[in-house]
Structures are given as C-alpha cells and as structure tokens.
Design a protein around this ligand. Sequence first.
Ligand code: GLN
Length: 374
Amino acid sequence: MSDSNNKEIHQNQNGQNNNEGGCGNAAEKKSVHTEPIIDRHYQLRETGKAKEIIQKAMDLAREEIPKGAVATYIPELSKMDPHQLGICLYPLKGDKIALGDYDARFTMQSVSKVIMLIVALEVCGLKEVFEKVGMEPSGEAFDSLVELDVNDSKPYNPLINSGALAVCGLLLPEVSFQDMLRYTRNVCSDAGIELNEDVFDSEMKTCSRNRSIAYLLQSKGIITTDVEDTLRFYTKMCSMNVTAESLANLGKKLANDGVCVKDGKRYMSSRTARIVKTLMLTCGMYDGSGSFAIRVGIPTKSGVGGGLLSVSDKRAGIGVFGPALDAQGNSIAGCKLLREISNELRLNLFYDPEWNKEEADDTVLREMKANSVI
Ligand code: GLN
C-alpha cells in the first residue's frame, strides 16, 4: 500500500505485498478473434461464443489467485475462501451469462460507495455533494487520511473512505439505513440483500482508522452529523450481502442511462448515471485506477469483500466476485478476468466496432510514414 500507515490489507505468503495486481502485464495482447463479437450497435452477437470466451478467461484468472489474499483487517472477512471466483454479465440485449460463484453472497464493502453517491446526488443534489467532496483521483490508499491533514482540503472524491464518510454525513438526516437497503434491493433487482451482522460487528470493532477520518472531517466542518451514527451508517452500507449477479443488475441499469431495460423504470437521473460512471473510471480502483483504465477500460468499482461492479456503457453490466485481493485491495483474479474479457469481447470504453483494425504495429508505422504523418 502506498499510504504512510503500517496497516496492510493482507500480506502474501512471503509477508510482502504484491504490487503487480491481477490486471498487470505490460505486454498488450491482441484479440484472437477477427470477427468482432459485438455488432455495430455494441451488442453481443452470440451468447454461446461469449460464454466460451468468458470461461477461458476464468481459467486464466484463477491462476492469479495465489498471488493475492483475502482482506484480514476486518477479521470476519479473513474467513472467506480465497479460491472463489464468479462472474455475471448482463448484456443490454440478449441472455445473461453467469459462471462460477456468481450467486455466492459476499459483503459489498466499497462497491456500496456507488449507491451512497447515487442516492446523495438524487436526494441532496450535485452542488451540496461536491461542496463536501472533490472529483479528483487521490493516488492514495482507499483509507488514507493524509490529504485531510492539509488546511482547507476536502476528501479527493466520493469513492474513497473519507469521501464516502462525508457523503454519509449528508445522507444521514435525509434517509435511514432501511431506505438505503430498499433502494439497493431495487437497483440490484435482488430482494435477498440483507445486512451481514457478523461483518458489520467485526468492522465496527476494528474501524479506528475510519473513526479517525470521520472525527477529522467533523473538525473541519465537513461532517456535521453525529460522528458515531455516521460511521455506523457507512459501515452498515459496506456490510450488505450481495452477489455478482446483483452487481451485474446494478451495472446494467448504469449502462442503460439509469433505466431498467426490462420494465423501463428509471432508477436515477441521466446526469447521476453519467457522473457515477465517470468517477468509477477515474477513481473506482483507488490508487490502481489509472492502470486499470488503460488495461481494461471499463468503469469499475471494487470492494475489499472481493466484489467488482463494472459498467460497459451501452453494452452490459458486469458483476465479479473473487475475494483474493491485490495490494490496492482490488480482486486480483477479478481484475485479470475483466482485462481478458474486455480484450476478447471488445468491451473497452474506447473501442468502436467500426474501427476493427488489428494490424501489427509496424504496418501502421509504415502506413503513417507513407502518408507523411510521422
Ligand atoms: N468497509 C471497508 C472500509 O471502510 C471498505 C473498504 C473497501 O472496500 N475498500 O475499510
């Protein structure tokens, strides 16, 4: 971890943090498919072929698991089986693809920061939210309080702990945890989401770092609600039990401008959906956000429970579960899995089906020289 504190999410068997991460590998791989698997309208052509590709990606991703470890700083999370891996992909059109442990329950952890932000933007409004938190990547660990020590500074963004605690301070007078749970069940199309009391109790006993952040935010006038109540609200949000499928459902609504494809109901404004996706791309993977954006190119939010919520805009919502984490606290196999399927299914934000030129780099260079552009 890059933070100056000595706390670590986990240590690998050699007692060292693994800094490479599941999506790390400098050499970019060319897709093996000449015929694009998505059509001109960004929709998957063949579910069967896509499923085969995802299965292969799962096998590759599993190889990353031994390089990571489950979170231990919340004692209850250390009981998770690191070998679990599951994915659910909901294309906007076409059938769901679900493999592995896609229906296993795990706690949402930081993925819930997306829900907190959606509700805060809707209930409190954009101006009020961004008076309390910034919109910039932090480059720091998710639980850093370094930046808060500086005069006049506010949390960098709402997707790190300090920012989410500030958002909870805004939410607390407006909504109850039960309201948030109901919204989460609706937006995730999963009535089975419950508070995991064991994980909640475990984190409340060991959250001195978040407590410090929250009191510091109070001292700066950013949190004006009761600090202990705010901390409990935040920790309950992190302790909701979801599945990869519930996250894929949320991702699908975000990918479709906040509207459910099935029933046409709107779950957030267009503006909120756009802001949330932008922040997921720039800040969703903490101090691994930039490299993830380059390698995978899909707005994604991680949680230390092993969850990843990904939004392949206009194409699909994706939920991943893999509790072995890398040094930044992101699912190590999950990152690898997303990297593979982003390449193979062409889910990258900047991919255009019309630009399906996969020439070798020297061909392009030769062409550029011939055209005198270089
Ligand atoms: N509940 C966790 C915490 O506050 C969430 C962190 C995470 O998922 N990165 O530390």
